[in-house]
Each structure stands twice: as structure tokens, then as C-alpha cells.
Design a protein around this ligand. Structure first.
Ligand code: GCB
Length: 891
């Protein structure tokens, strides 16, 4: 922020900053001064030496030889975790521990009263810094900016050695991170100097750079009417020298740079710090009005000594009013706005957390393209550059500290050290983000009531006391914004339970993280269950503004479903077909949209992100609930659903564009449109018009010709006609046959045989052999089956009665069934009868006996003759269950 908003000041009396030539050490970095900045800010990005691993204190000494170390530039991280592959490889990049950085800089000469500060925009997760062998500070917390006054160790006009130790060890007793939030959570804490570092040189009397890393100048609109806005500005000054009489001049400029308000105040500044309050008035203020008009002023505070400017800080200023109503939702500048948006984590595939400005920009562009108007900055403070982008885009931001999953590794309320750290990270967040008009709520916790989960602690913790303390701290820091928190478990009683404390109601607002359609039983009832639960919360907490802070499902763009309602939903395993994720959003968004009292919702998540708890979908170490892949390259179906649903202009898009080579000769064609109905034409033939309730238009059982099927969908809304095109490849059943992977939510290709996902079925239920698990890839010892194709037995369909009606061209076919008995000790009476088109083809067959034991594949084939285009297969258990892994129908 400082650099971006700090243009001016040719008249600064900051000493000459031409870089002096340093001694002739090869690794010495020459400082290059940012020209035109009002503060003397020097980026320290190039020429760092880096080494990962434990080291002795000798590395902090100037004479240490770091020749063998790697040369890196910052932003830098040693972690590159997460990839679209089934298993980790040697270069997974998930190392946790200590990384060391060394940089020798040829420092500029400086006037005697100049102070030298090192500014770290973030270091993951605990940083220790030495200058010329002297320890100058420690910072705990991976997300906030910190500055250190290094003057006493610094040698102006000479070489200076900066050494940084960054530590992202797993938070475990004895590690530097054991009292630093977060103690756990479903995301990977990357290590290293992953945001910028700079040297800041200021006179001994300046705007305070040591104010929890904040800008030192804080502005807020105290009163706003059409005719005027009253802006209160508080500036913290620091004087390391003797008392001085100075002047603090604060100015507000409009977007064109014209001065619209000025206040000047004499300040008698003693040694130490002092807060100066100023009030300015802007006539006929132009509001910051969200996405519609994110108009910004700038506020600058200038400290001067007569004619000489000592320091100047410029910050963004957006003038807006907002409120949250428990019944009517969110209001911006008096107008109701339904907040609809996404959460964002800060990692990119291949870059980890070390992002470039272009990467931040790309993320914001995608979120804007989606049509969102709000962003949850999960689960920690995001980069200043990111919050700038949010201001400029007009996003309403939920800003958050990483108090995630609980306050203690061992149960209880957490240690004083942990409390102090949480408090520090909250003060840093609020001061550093205070001036961003986009930020409208401070989140003080995420799922802290689920603390027995996610491997944080075995014993239940008590999160409430710390949450209450953080609520107080947030109010001390900023009474003008509400607090919020994300709850996991209130009234859930399913997979996650609270540790017994009522945490909802501690913050001013609440967000519910709820995964109907995904983590909970009865996925097919997602819409009704979410709606009913939100209504219950509204009745239970009539005074509390309610939002949905997370919802979603995993989606892998290489895994596909022919029928999302038939297969087993393995939420922390494989597969995660893209179509299922989209379906969960199609189901749940209307339940949110229909409720005005739900002030906001945030899809979990905009992007797939790194988490070492995961081995799911088509990836390892990634949470795949993104609307867009972690490389930002592929927009998943769910992205298009929202893009259409949230669009103000007519829009249409086919779903299923990544599932080109279809398994079955019929398909459900789906398109998203914000029109009442849409027309489908395939290969020039009109299929018909379908209604598009809740933006989803569907044509079931659409026949596909073998080879390319060019589809065109068209809709008219507001007098405008929009269309989309797609070509799907139909299979040739006469050559390829038709194959069903029973119980599986996704299809797959095994050699030359393509199996579609489970479909065409009535009755029975899908089953799983090995359920995935958080923190490990399977829960319990893996169960195996003796079978030719193990893959077909990951899932199966089980029941006493179920039947398939499969579209098969007329003629003679061979049907092959893959059966097995999953229970170790099946009932003696277990036996299966199967009818094909009404005729018995298997008669009271005991599967385990016929296969020679339980969990052994039994293959049975028989001829059938199909007429009328339909093969019906009826499965009936005479005793026990029928367990069917796959069906093959071939010539
Ligand atoms: C949650 C957590 C979030 C996880 C998410 C998930 O409730 O707040 O950190 O990533 O669920 O995907 O399970």
C-alpha cells in the first residue's frame, strides 16, 4: 500500500538516497530507490541466498560462507504443495521447518537523524531477523505486515547483512509455531518470505511505522449525508529524538487528484508516540458504492517542520454507509444489496503463496467475471495488494484472522501465549486493513467449535473465552465495523459436533459453513435441508444477521458423471465428478437466493487450493471445491452456473463441456440460462424447448449419434437472443458396447472399455469399499477385493431389489455381470436371482460360494435379445443382498 499510494515529495529532507557503491562482494545488492515515492522505500527483492533446514547461529554472522546456498528473489516460498496427480512425487514441496535467507545490501548514506526500518509484508510463519549479526526482532504470524526499527544495528553508507529465519513447522509442542494461530485447518501454511521486503528510511520524527504494521493514518466517515461527509482521521506520530514543534496537515483528494478538504494542526511532539485526531468535511460526497461505482478518494497525512516535509502517508478513502439487518439483509448506502460471492485462498498451483501482482489481478478478474460482489478472505489476512484490488472492484470484503479449528493442541481454552498471538494478529489485521473501504466485517474465528476435528486436538477445546476476548479487541480497534465468525457445528449433530459451548452470538454477525449435498447424509435433499436449517437459525437467533459463509462440493474436471443422483458421494476421496459439484450449487444457491434475511453467501471456494489433508478428485494435496482450477486455467461447470445466474444481462452456457467423449448413447443435456426457457438443436434436429427453473435447463435421455453431435442451445431474455454451442462425441454401442460402473458417481476408461457412471437404475443404494478420510487417504485398513479390475469394485450397488432399464439398440447381445459378496461373513442364505427382459438368467445363486469366498469377483455372462431399444435387468436377493460392481453389454 505504502508504495502505491505514496507518490510525491520531491522536497523531502530525507537525506541523499543515491545508492552508494558497496564493497566489492559479489553478493552485495545495490539498493535501487523507488523513484517518486514520498517515503524512501527501497525494495529488497533480488539477490537473497536461501537454504532450507536447521542451521547453527553461525549463519547470522557476517563472515558465514553462504556460497553453496541457492540464490532466490522474494516473494519466495519453499513450498509448492498440491498437484493434479493421484500421488505425491519427490518434488511435492510440502517441507515444513526452518528456511534461512541472507542478503547483503550496500546501504545508502543517511543523515544522522534518519531511522532505518525493515518492512516485511509477510513471512510464513514465524520470522526472526538479524542485522549485522544482531537479533533485531521476532514476528509470529504468517499473514501480517511487520516492521522492525533496525537503526541501532544498521550501518548507513556501508554493507549490511540481513538474515531471516522463517519457520513453518507443524504446530506441535516444542515448535516455534505451537502458540501461533492457526493451530490447524484445511489449508497448508507455506513457509518463507512470500511477500515483499523493503527498507524504509524515515526521519526520527515521522508518522509511526511501528503501529502493528499499519499505515499510521486511519480515516473513517463518521457522518455521511447527501450534502456532506464528516471524515475523522487519526494519525499516530513517533518521535525517536527530542521534543519538536511540528505541523500535521491532512488532505483529502478526489479521484482526479483535486484537494477537497484540508486540516492542519500544530503538534508539539515529545519523544515517544502521540495520536492526533483531525476532522475534515467533504461537500456532496461521491459514495463508494460497491460494484456499481467504487469511487475512491485518497487521504494523506503530511508531517512537516516548517517548510520541510518529514513524512507523508497516503491511504485510500471510500465514503459509504452500510448496515446488516437480521430480517432484511445487507444495505449499502441505504440500498438493499444481496451479497453473493466466493471465498478465496491465496495460493496458486506452482507458486504457492509467493504471488506476483499479475496473479492477484488475475484472481480478481475471474471473480469479477463470475459476477460476485463480495469476497471472503479465507482464513487469514490477505495481501495489501489484494485488498487494493477489492477496493477498486467494489467488492464487499469479509476479512479474517486465522483463529481456525480451536485455541489449543491439547484441549482447554488455550495458553496465554496463544491468546496474545491471536490478539496481535487481530490488531494487525484491523490496523493494516482499516482504510480499505471494501472491508466491512472483521471475522474473529472459523469453525473454532469443531476443534476435535481436523487433527488439531484429540480432547475437546473451549474456544468461547478467546472468541469473547477477540470480540472485545475488535471493538477497541474499530467500533465502526461489525465482527463476524464462521460456525461449523451449531445444531449439526452429524459428522461434527460442538465441544459444548454456544459460540454463535459472540460476534455481531454470523456465517454458517454448511455442506448440504456433500458432507452430510441425504445429499439428494440438499436444497430442502439447507433452506429449512437457515429458517431454523433465523427463528433461533432473531437479532442476529445470518449468512452462509461456506457451501460447496468437490469437482475434478477430468472426472465425469452421467447421472449425479445415482452414484456414491465420496466427499473426501475419489472420484469427484465435475457435474456433481455443479449440481450441489444448482441445488443450494436457490435456497440462499430465496431468503432475504441471509445477508450474504460465499461459495467455498473460488479456486482449488493447497491442503495436505487431501487426496481427492483427480489431485493430491488440493481441496478441489474451487469453481476454477488451482492453475486458474479451467472454469468448472459450477463457475458457469454462477456466471449465468448472477449475470445482469442475458446469458447461456452448456454444462458438461469437459465431458466430450460420452459413455452412453443417450445423455442428459444441461444448459444454464437466465431466461424462462431454452431450445435445443442437435445435429440440425430440434430436440425441443425446456423450461429453465433456477437457471437450469435440462433435456433428459437425448439420443446421441455415434461420432460428433453438434448441439446448439438458444434462449431469449429481455428481447435479446443468446446461444451456445458444443460438440459431444457419441459412442457406437455396436462396436464399443455399453458399460455401467454400478455404484460409481463417475465413469472411467479401463483399457479400451469405457464405463459410464451408475445410471438407468431404480432401487438399491450405492456403496463404497474404502472411504477417504481427512489427514489420511483412507480411514481404517484398506479393504480389498480379489478381482480382475479392482477399480470396478471401489463402488458397487447393493440392495435386495433393484433394476436397470438400459437403452440398447435392438439385436443380440451378451450381458456380463460383475458380482461379489462384500461382507466377510455373509448370511448362509445369501442368493441372487437376475432376470433379463423378464427371463431368469441367474437363479438363486450364492455369490460367495460360487466365487470361492467373500470379496472375490464373480463374473457371469449370458446372451440376451433386445427389441424396443431397452434392456431390463432385475436383481433380486433371495437371501442377504445383491452386490453388483458392473454391467457390460457387448456384441
Ligand atoms: C470448512 C472449513 C474450510 C474447509 C472446508 C472444506 O468448513 O472452514 O477451511 O476447507 O470446510 O472444504 O471442508
Amino acid at each position: 500500500m505504502q508504495v502505491r499510494f505514496t507518490r510525491l515529495a520531491a522536497t523531502l529532507a530525507l537525506g541523499s538516497l543515491a545508492a552508494v557503491a558497496g564493497p566489492s562482494q559479489a553478493e552485495t545488492v545495490k539498493l535501487s530507490q523507488k523513484s517518486g515515492t514520498e517515503r524512501e522505500v527501497t525494495e529488497l527483492s533480488q539477490g537473497w541466498k536461501f537454504h532450507f533446514g536447521p542451521e547453527t547461529p553461525a549463519v547470522t554472522a557476517p563472515d558465514f560462507q553462504d556460497d553453496g546456498w541457492q540464490t532466490v528473489s522474494v516473494p519466495h516460498t519453499w513450498n509448492r504443495i498440491g498437484t493434479y496427480a493421484p500421488a505425491r512425487t519427490p518434488d511435492t514441496g510440502n517441507a515444513q521447518g526452518t528456511g534461512w535467507y541472507r542478503l547483503t545490501v550496500a546501504a545508502p548514506a543517511a543523515a544522522p537523524d534518519m531511522r532505518q526500518y525493515l518492512d516485511f509484508a509477510a513471512v510464513g510463519a514465524v520470522a526472526d531477523v538479524w542485522v549485522n549479526g544482531k537479533h533485531v526482532g521476532t514476528h509470529k504470524g504468517a499473514f501480517s505486515r511487520f516492521r522492525l526499527d533496525v537503526t541501532d544495528a544498521w550501518k548507513a553508507g556501508a554493507d549490511n547483512l540481513i538474515v531471516v529465519r522463517a519457520d513453518n513447522s507443524k504446530p506441535e509442542p516444542g515448535n516455534a509455531t505451537s502458540s501461533v494461530i492457526p493451530l490447524g485447518g484445511d489449508f497448508f501454511v507455506h513457509g518463507g518470505i512470500y511477500r515483499n521486503v523493503s527498507l524504509l528510511q524515515l526521519p526520527s520524527a515521522s508518522i509511526d511505522p511501528l503501529d502493528y504494521g499499519g499505515p499510521g493514518t486511519y480515516a473513517r466517515a463518521a457522518q455521511v449525508t447527501e450534502s456532506q461527509a464528516v471524515i475523522d482521521v487519526r494519525t499516530r506520530l513517533r518521535n525517536a529524538g527530542t521534543g519538536r514543534n511540528l505541523t500535521l496537515t491532512t488532505q483529502i483528494t478526489d479521484a482526479k487528484g483535486s484537494i477537497v478538504a484540508t486540516a492542519a494542526q500544530p503538534v508539539s511532539l515529545e519523544k515517544g508516540t502521540a495520536d492526533v485526531a483531525q476532522r475534515l468535511t467533504i461537500k456532496s460526497p461521491h459514495r463508494w458504492n460497491g460494484r456499481a461505482d467504487p469511487y475512491m478518494y485518497a487521504v494523506s497525512a503530511t508531517l512537516s517542520d516548517g517548510a520541510t516535509v518529514l513524512d507523508k502517508v497516503t491511504q485510500p478513502l471510500g465514503i459509504r454507509t452500510f448496515r446488516f439487518d437480521p430480517d432484511a439483509g445487507f444495505f449499502l448506502n441505504g440500498q438493499h444489496v444481496k451479497l453473493k460471492g466466493v471465498s478465496r485462498h491465496q495460493d496458486w498451483l506452482g507458486s504457492g503463496w509467493a504471488l506476483t501482482p499479475e496473479q492477484h489481478r488475475k484472481d480478481m478478474e475471474l471473480i469479477e467475471e463470475l459476477g460476485a460482489n463480495t469476497i471472503r478472505q479465507a482464513h487469514y489476512q490477505h495481501a495489501d495488494a489484494w485488498s487494493d484490488l477489492a477496493d477498486e472492484a467494489g467488492m464487499v470484503v469479509w476479512a479474517e484472522i486465522p483463529y481456525v479449528s480451536g485455541p489449543s493442541l491439547t484441549g482447554g481454552e488455550g495458553t496465554p501465549q496463544l491468546w496474545a498471538n491471536a490478539e496481535q494478529q487481530l490488531r494487525e489485521l484491523i490496523r493494516q486493513d482499516f482504510n480499505h473501504p471494501a472491508v466491512m466485517m472483521w471475522s474473529i474465528g472459523n469453525e473454532v467449535d469443531s476443534s476435535a476435528m481436523l487433527g488439531v486436538s484429540k480432547e475437546p477445546t473451549k474456544p468461547l473465552a478467546l472468541l469473547k476476548r477477540l470480540q472485545e479487541v475488535a471493538k477497541e480497534e474499530d467500533p465502526s465495523r461489525p465482527t463476524t465468525m464462521a460456525d461449523c457445528c451449531e445444531d449439526l449433530g452429524m459428522m461434527a459436533k460442538t465441544a459444548g459451548e454456544q459460540v454463535v452470538g459472540t460476534a455481531d454477525l454470523v456465517g454458517y459453513n454448511r455442506y448440504y449435498g456433500w458432507y452430510y447424509p441425504k445429499p439428494l435433499e440438499a436444497r430442502a435441508e439447507l433452506g429449512a436449517q437457515l429458517d431454523k437459525f433465523h427463528v433461533k437467533h432473531p437479532q442476529l444477521p445470518i449468512s452462509v459463509s461456506e457451501y460447496g462440493a468437490g469437482g475434478a474436471v477430468s472426472q465425469h458423471s452421467d447421472d449425479v443422483t445415482s452414484g456414491f458421494v465420496n466427499f473426501i476421496g475419489r472420484p469427484h465428478p465435475e457435474e456433481y459439484e455443479a449440481w450441489v450449487h444448482e441445488q443450494t444457491w436457490p435456497a440462499i437466493a430465496a431468503r432475504d434475511f441471509v445477508f450474504a453467501s460465499w461459495v467455498w471456494n473460488m479456486f482449488d487450493f493447497a491442503s495436505d489433508l487431501r487426496g481427492e478428485g483427480d489431485s493430491i494435496d488440493l481441496n478441489d471445491k474451487g469453481l476454477v482450477t488451482a492453475d486458474r486455467k479451467v472454469r468448472k461447470d459450477a463457475f458457469w452456473f454462477y456466471k449465468v445466474a448472477w449475470s445482469d444481462t442475458p446469458a447461456i452456457h452448456f454444462a458438461g463441456k469437459h465431458y466430450v467423449a460420452r459413455a452412453y448413447p443417450v445423455m442428459t443435456v444441461k444448459a444454464y440460462a437466465n431466461a424462462p426457457a431454452a431450445r435445443l438443436v442437435i445435429n440440425g434436429r430440434t430436440i425441443g424447448e425446456a423450461p429453465c427453473p433456477d437457471n437450469v435447463c435440462e433435456w433428459k435421455q437425448v439420443p446421441l449419434a455415434p461420432g460428433p453431435n453438434k448441439a446448439v442451445v438458444t434462449a431469449t431474455a429481455n428481447g435479446e437472443t443468446v446461444s451456445d454451442e458444443m460438440t459431444w462425441t457419441g459412442p457406437d454401442p455396436m462396436k464399443q458396447g455399453i458399460r455401467i460402473d454400478a455404484g460409481n458417481l463417475a465413469g472411467s476408461v479401463l483399457g479400451k472399455r469405457q464405463f459410464g457412471s451408475d445410471t438407468f437404475v431404480t432401487g438399491g443404494k450405492p456403496m463404497v469399499l474404502n472411504l477417504g478420510g481427512f489427514g489420511k487417504m483412507t480411514s481404517g485398513p484398506p479393504r480389498t477385493v480379489e478381482a480382475a479390475e479392482l477399480r470396478l469394485f471401489d463402488y458397487w450397488r447393493q440392495g435386495t431389489d433393484f433394476s436397470y432399464g438400459i437403452p440398447v439398440p435392438d439385436g443380440d447381445w451378451t450381458v456380463t455381470l460383475h458380482l461379489f459378496e462384500p461382507s466377510a461373513v455373509p448370511p448362509e442364505t445369501q442368493a441372487v436371482t437376475v432376470k433379463a427382459n423378464g427371463t431368469n438368467v441367474l437363479d438363486a445363486l450364492n455369490v460367495a460360494k460360487a466365487a470361492g469366498g467373500s470379496r472375490k469377483e464373480l463374473v457371469r455372462s449370458f446372451p440376451v435379445q433386445v427389441s424396443g431399444g431397452l434392456l431390463s435387468l432385475d436383481f433380486n436377493a433371495v437371501g442377504g443382498n445383491v452386490s453388483l460392481a458392473a454391467i457390460e453389454v457387448a456384441r
